[in-house]
Design a protein around this ligand. Structure first.
Ligand code: ATP
Length: 308
């Protein structure tokens, strides 16, 4: 197949991380997954991916950023796997690319960084290779890659059911300000779900997003949203990393409207009323040694998007 773009040309995509405003989990299913009811919000923390044409069958990635050392660069990299899946399904395998990934989303931080990179690769390669794939096709491929990948393609605020991959957009008003406390060390998603299974073998019986969360979002009421943030995995994450309890408490004392462990952690997300409180919280938590760094972001923002 001829290259639709000159060899030196680059397609650049950026993809956002997410926080779960609600995360409710049922018990482990026979297929190993958990039935979820979750509400995602994409936030302004981005990984950037550049892709360029390469000879057929060659797919490679290089990674830069503070935590680059934690990200595999071989065939297990989620961006590589996504590019390979797309090439196999839509290009008879005869396509190639080199990718440069600049990571900002924390690795194994509960913010779907790897899923964001998979979403970025699906979008970027579909443009680089000029493939006839629709947004729905990309969502379907995304769901095959991982439960969070479809949301990373769409972004915004959305309800996820099934494994979290069946999405419905949610109406929201206004912009929400977040302070994200990043800590050293990782918490693996399977380990956190494993502890959840021990603590709550029959899962949460109420597998729905509570109406008060949806009402808060539709009326743009950050204070009301702060009161109903909830994550079923939080207890498991805190039991594996007891320090998180202190982080949650300290952020609330510093003026957050609400707080929760993001996804499977260890990132802690604080909803704040304004940027000023975000700054105070950032200074307070890092000053007390409770966070490696605090990032101030906002949401909702779009998912994976072309920027060049
Ligand atoms: P989630 O919130 O979706 O459960 P996470 O944000 O906690 O996931 P990720 O950063 O997605 O975690 O990383 C999960 C694992 O995937 C890590 O072990 C990491 O080494 C691996 N991985 C593979 N490819 C990537 C990638 N492109 N970026 C980040 N991690 C990757």
């Amino acid at each position: 197949m001829a290259s639709p773009l000159a060899e030196a040309e680059v397609v650049r995509v950026r993809a956002s991380g997410k926080v779960n405003l609600t995360l409710r989990s049922g018990p482990r299913r026979p297929d190993g997954y958990h039935q979820l009811a979750t509400l995602f919000q994409a936030v302004s923390m981005y990984d950037e991916l550049d892709v360029r044409w390469a000879p057929p069958g060659q797919v490679s990635v290089s990674v830069t950023g503070e935590q680059a050392g934690l990200v595999p660069t071989g065939e297990t990299n989620l961006a590589v796997r996504a590019a390979r899946l797309l090439a196999q399904e839509y290009g008879a395998g005869g396509l190639g690319c080199t990718m440069e990934l600049r990571k900002t989303i924390p690795v194994t931080g509960g913010m779907a960084g790897g899923s964001a990179d998979a979403a970025a690769a699906l979008l970027a390669c579909s443009v680089l290779w000029d493939l006839d794939v629709s947004p729905d096709d990309l969502l379907e491929l995304g769901a095959r890659m991982g439960a969070d990948v479809p949301f990373c393609l769409t972004g915004g605020t959305a309800m996820g059911t099934g494994r979290g991959d069946r999405l419905a957009p949610v109406l929201t008003r206004g912009t929400y300000h977040w302070a994200l406390a990043l800590s050293d060390g990782e918490l693996s998603t399977p380990e956190v779900f494993g502890r959840f299974d021990e603590l709550q073998p029959s899962g949460n019986a109420e597998l729905e997003v509570p109406p008060e969360v949806l009402n808060a979002l539709i009326s743009g009421d950050a204070a009301a949203l702060g009161r109903c943030l909830h994550n079923d995995l939080q207890e498991a994450a805190v039991s594996l990393r007891p320090q998180l309890a202190r982080v949650l408490e300290a952020g609330l004392e510093l003026g957050a409207l609400g707080a929760l462990v993001s996804g499977s952690g260890p990132t802690v997300a604080f909803l704040v009323p304004d940027e000023r409180t975000g700054l105070d919280l950032s200074v307070g938590l890092t000053g007390e040694g409770l966070a490696r760094v605090v990032r101030r972001v906002h949401g909702p923002v779009p998912g994976a998007r072309l920027i060049a």
